[in-house]
Design a protein around this ligand. Structure first.
Ligand SMILES: [Zn+2]
Length: 431
């Protein structure tokens, strides 16, 4: 498909909000939803009134009725009658991937067998003290406290394979580039994306598509520890701002934090060069979020996979725990900002699974478990269903269209690529 915007359609408010809004309220919502999407991130202080009042779990519509009515009147005066009527509170999206973090650790915490003997050394003793517990629920809360308190309570966790609830990689290879291609472009491509080789991705990501659409132009950015993301996201042709590997922040208006991170990038050792450690990636992403306030931010962490390949289970766990802290910081930032609070969705996934038992450190086509992934979603359009324990199978390639659906689109690219995960969208969940 050529560039431009064919194939995109914003869904109508009336079809989206039927569950939580009366016809009269739906009119207000339609009007309220039009405005905020057509303006920049910081330009309308009233946005939160309309948007927060229509979330799937909200009951505050009546209490803000007067303000909403006033807002609707204001918007009726200043908006063209032909403006599209996108719906839903979700205005911003943060997509995070944690490379190679197994569903086993996500849903059952540290593996007591792999934790081994705390007498093996300081790292083992530290991991043992932090992550060991008799009960799997305890262990997963110790390892990933943000996922198992905030997201489990307010969002959804898919991929507990022990319960038959699966998020699978559709691609044949069970390695990173095919996994990220699937996540970001909405379709596995087993003919062309067969390994991690640095080739320009012939498939366009939903991030690149968004970045060309009105309202999203210049408001999409990607940060990654793995340098290969410049290929995966086809930096050369996509026009997407990508900061990956050992790249420093550039530009005339860098913050103190970004200049400091640039210094650290130059002075720190980089054990996985030309990739970098997640603390730098996260720092750059946070600094960019604060300074540029993008609507769509993608952050790709990589430490867990690097440690796993080296067989360092304790370090792998510590990396997972740090990623959980990063998620918390990203989320707390959005919930403390008027342009983001109540209208931001968070999606977190991994690109592949790994083997089990002594094969835990590896993954790939021939290693069982490499196609088992997981997915966490939280946001104003996603029902708070918590951990999903009913048998179901979804695929990494559904993440892109789920993201587009959350952002208010009801089609993307072509019918075959449009396969959002229904339960993640309030409009598709039975009352
Ligand atoms: Zn790997």
């Amino acid at each position: 498909m050529s560039s431009g915007a064919p194939g995109y359609r914003r869904r109508l408010a009336s079809s989206h909000r039927s569950r939580s809004a009366s016809p009269a309220a739906a009119q207000l919502i339609t009007a309220a939803a039009v405005g905020p999407r057509s303006v920049g991130p910081r330009s309308v202080g009233l946005r939160s009134v309309g948007l927060r009042s229509v979330g799937p779990r909200s009951v505050g519509l009546r209490s803000v009725g007067l303000r909403a009515a006033w807002l609707a009147m204001l918007l009726a005066l200043c908006l063209p009658a032909t403006a599209a009527a996108p719906a839903g509170p979700t205005r911003n999206l943060i997509l995070v991937t944690i490379d190679g973090l197994r569903w086993q650790e996500v849903f059952t915490g540290a593996d007591p067998q792999l934790l081994g003997d705390p007498a093996q050394g300081a790292a083992a003793a530290d991991a043992d003290a932090r992550f060991r517990a008799a009960d799997a629920d305890d262990r997963r809360r110790r390892l990933l406290p943000f996922l198992w308190t905030v997201v489990a309570r307010h969002g959804q966790l898919h991929g507990n394979a022990a319960a038959g609830n699966r998020i699978k990689a559709r691609n044949a290879y069970g390695v990173s580039y095919p996994g990220y291609n699937e996540i970001l472009t909405g379709r596995a491509d087993d003919a062309r994306i067969t390994s991690n080789a640095p080739i320009a991705n012939p498939n366009r990501s939903f991030l690149a598509d968004l970045n060309r659409l009105p309202g999203f132009q210049g408001a999409v950015a990607a940060f990654a520890s793995w340098e290969r993301f410049t290929w995966i996201l086809d930096e050369q042709h996509s026009g997407l701002p990508i900061n990956a590997g050992l790249r420093e922040a550039r530009g005339a208006s860098l913050s103190w934090r970004e200049r400091r991170l640039n210094q650290l990038t130059r002075s720190l050792p980089h054990p996985w060069a030309p990739s970098r450690q997640d603390a730098l990636t996260h720092g750059y992403a946070m600094a960019y979020l604060q300074r540029k306030q993008p609507r769509v931010l993608y952050v790709a962490y990589g430490d867990a996979d690097e440690h796993a390949h080296q067989g360092q289970y304790h370090e792998y766990l510590a990396a997972a725990r740090r990623a959980d802290d990063f998620l918390r910081e990203l989320w707390q930032w959005t919930q403390s900002r008027a342009g983001y609070r109540g209208n931001t969705a968070l999606m977190v996934a991994t690109d592949h699974g790994r083997g089990s038992g002594s094969a835990w450190r590896d993954h790939g086509r021939t290693i069982a478990g490499s196609h088992d992934a997981w997915l966490a979603i939280m946001g104003p359009d996603t029902p708070a269903l918590g951990e999903q324990l009913t048998p179901a199978t979804h695929y990494l390639e559904q993440i892109a269209s789920t993201a587009m659906a959350l952002l208010g689109f009801d089609s993307w690219r072509d019918a075959a690529s449009w396969q959002p995960i229904d339960s993640a969208l309030a409009r598709n969940t039975p009352p």
